[in-house]
Every structure is written in C-alpha cells, then in structure tokens.
Design a protein around this ligand. Structure first.
Ligand SMILES: *[C@@H]1O[C@H](CO)[C@@H](O)[C@H](O)[C@H]1NC(C)=O
Ligand SMILES: *[C@@H]1O[C@H](CO)[C@@H](O)[C@H](O)[C@H]1NC(C)=O
Length: 153
C-alpha cells in the first residue's frame, strides 16, 4: 500500500517534470525587437541554458512573433558573440519569406519563423551567444533574440 503510493507519487513527479520541460520554451534575451513582439523561441532539444549543441547535428529554430509593421521582405541576420565580439554567421537561407513566413508581412499578424542551425564538425568547441535578428524592408528589427549556447562534439 505504502509502496504503491510512493511509486504513484514518484510517477506523478516525473510526469510533472516532463510536462514542464516539454512545454517550457527557452528563455531568451530580447535584444531590441523594434517592429514586432517576440513571444517564444523554440530550439530543438534545448530545454535549459546554455543550449547544448552537438557537432554534426542540425537544430530546428521556431520563433513566434507578432509583426507591428507591414513589410514586403524580411531578412535574417545571425551573429555568434564571443567575448563580447559579434562575428557574422552566414545562413544558407537568410530570406525570412522562405522560412515559414508568408510575405508580404502584415501588421498585427502572428507568424512563425522556421529555420535550422547546422553545427558543422569543423566548428570549435566553445560557449557563445547566438544573436538572431529578422529585419523588415526598412532594416528595422522585427525581432532580435540572444541565447547562450555551448558547442561540443
Ligand atoms: C507582447 O506580447 C505579450 C504576450 O505574448 C503581451 O503581454 C505584451 O503586451 C505584448 N507587447 C506589446 C508591446 O504588444
Ligand atoms: C512552431 O511553433 C508553433 C507554436 O508553438 C507551432 O504551432 C508550430 O507547429 C511550430 N512549427 C514547426 C515547424 O515546428
């Protein structure tokens, strides 16, 4: 009887924790979203910070935001910030309109920006901050977020 209760309690705790980590989007720093409201940033398998990114793997990025502006275009700009120095990172696809967003972007509408981050084998094993911006056709940030990551093999 008592054992049964303990097992049940343990199971409930486990389920509760699992539920939390699965539902909780990762905490991000908003680095100045000007023409949009950033709500969530979801990175595959990242439930705690820094995100553990492994070489040879590709991670999905899903950003939910509401645009405050109408825009014909959107362009993603990504930097890796190491020791305070932002280094440009070339995305294979920097066109937001080809990353889950149907353009033109409409004012007041919610969107999901979908892209992926491939961690190449030749990357160094470092901790850094990923800064991801999406710029509207006037070059203002629709969103800007920063998340600390750790790259390892
Ligand atoms: C941004 O969205 C949050 C909810 O997701 C809301 O509480 C907040 O008021 C919004 N901010 C603006 C400036 O619209
Ligand atoms: C992105 O996140 C939204 C909101 O959580 C979800 O509805 C949507 O299915 C996700 N898209 C992808 C491609 O994962």
């Amino acid at each position: 009887m008592e054992l049964g209760c303990r097992v049940l309690a343990g199971l409930l705790v486990l389920l509760g924790l699992w539920g939390l980590s699965a539902a909780e989007p990762v905490k991000f720093k908003d680095c100045g979203s000007e023409s949009g409201n950033l709500t969530t940033v979801d990175i595959t398998a990242c439930t705690s910070l820094p995100c553990q990114l492994h070489k040879g793997k590709t991670y999905g990025v899903n950003v939910t935001f509401v645009s405050f502006t109408a825009s014909e275009t959107s362009k993603a700009v990504v930097h890796g910030i190491m020791a305070g120095v932002p280094l440009p990172f070339t995305l294979p696809n920097d066109d937001g309109c080809k990353s889950g967003i149907q353009c033109p972007i409409r004012k007041g509408q919610q969107y999901n920006y979908i892209n992926s981050l491939a961690i190449k084998e030749e990357y160094p094993s470092v901790k850094l901050v990923v800064q991801w911006q999406l710029k509207d056709d006037k070059s203002r940030d629709i969103f800007c977020w920063e998340i600390p990551v750790e790259i390892s093999s």
